[in-house]
Ligand binder design. Sequence first.
Ligand code: AMP
Ligand code: MG
Length: 405
Amino acid sequence: MIPLEQAQAEVLESCRPAAAVEVATSEALGLVLAAEVRAPEPVPSFRNTAMDGYAVHSDDVAGASPQAPVRLRVVGTRPAGTAGMFSVGRGEALRIMTGALFPDGADAVAIVEETRTDGDHVEILAPALPGVHIRPAGDDIAQGQLLFEGGTVLGPGHLGVLSSVGASAVRAFRAPVVGVLSTGDELVEAGVDLQAGQIRDSNRRTLLSLAQRDGFGVVDLGIARDDEVVIERALVSGATVCDAILTSGGVSMGDFDYVKTVLDRIGKMSWMQVAIRPAKPFAFGTIGDTPVFGLPGNPVSSMVSYELLARPGLRRIAGHVDSDLRRRAIRGFVAGQGWRGARDGRTTYVRVVAEFAADGKLKVSSSGGQGSHQLYAMARANALAVTPPGLDIADGDPVDVLVLA
Ligand code: AMP
Ligand code: MG
């Protein structure tokens, strides 16, 4: 057996970022920037008011109070989005709305709450200090400013900023397209009656969904029978249309594990026994340049194998440079009940529900059956409790947790 970290390192070694492409910002959520972005325009691009009110001369209203209001002549109204030819002289005010261009001449905003209209005049009831509630041009973003470095993962806020500077496209790494192939003579789809010995294919839906959740494109490569010719055809065609392939099943020690035979012939593969439970068997390699992840067939194993081994590699192809924060073990959880660690040197990933207990602690408890075929408890889990080999966890013990959702 090899440590998980060694298997992960081997995966990352062979996974290189996909091509950088020009992507419309409308399509860029979750993508990784391939180059830095500078601001082509300042934001805001003009001096404007942060409040509804009147643009005034601060000197005119310095002594204003409800008892001694200052009467100013209103020269016009300026909504947001308009300019108009206004300049504000002494004794004058321009009615302005939030976001409106701030007029020349004036230097202060008398907020509407502290005014009283009086025909074509306004009474100012409080002093207005120069500059307050005025947003200077470029006070959020200066023209030419470095906005985001290459490697930034584009989230909603980033895309908003890009929109605010008028950038409609960016250079980003293309999201990898991931092909998913199930293998096994026993597998059938929904809608077909189960014959003796058959089961329904669940891995394909799970793995396609995991890849989609992580922002990758997906191609359903179907179910391949335990037949070398069928498996080879599926893998070869998958490798031509996909940036990476996930297979499940056929990578352990069974008599009909032909995925292994085929991959050994058409690819360059490493067959690993990773010191984790579940998901010990794992194959990784390439067909041509296309990375192939041979995940175990048992449904929980294939999911855990995806989370711990395939996901880091696929993220690397997507251009991610950061360590995967969501897959880092987090301290500070407390076991709500006990369980046993493995006795064979493997780290156990216990399927757990993590939640805030009444005492404010983050408590984890088993989400159900822990067999590698028991997908139900994996579906209910929102975290995996990382249990070192040989360690038994008792109720109340601290545990490290990988948060899944
Ligand atoms: P294998 O690695 O092919 O020996 O498969 C290990 C176990 O996982 C067997 O019980 C298979 O029936 C099961 N299995 C394999 N592929 C799938 C799949 N796509 N969906 C659900 N179970 C599967
Ligand atoms: Mg099989």
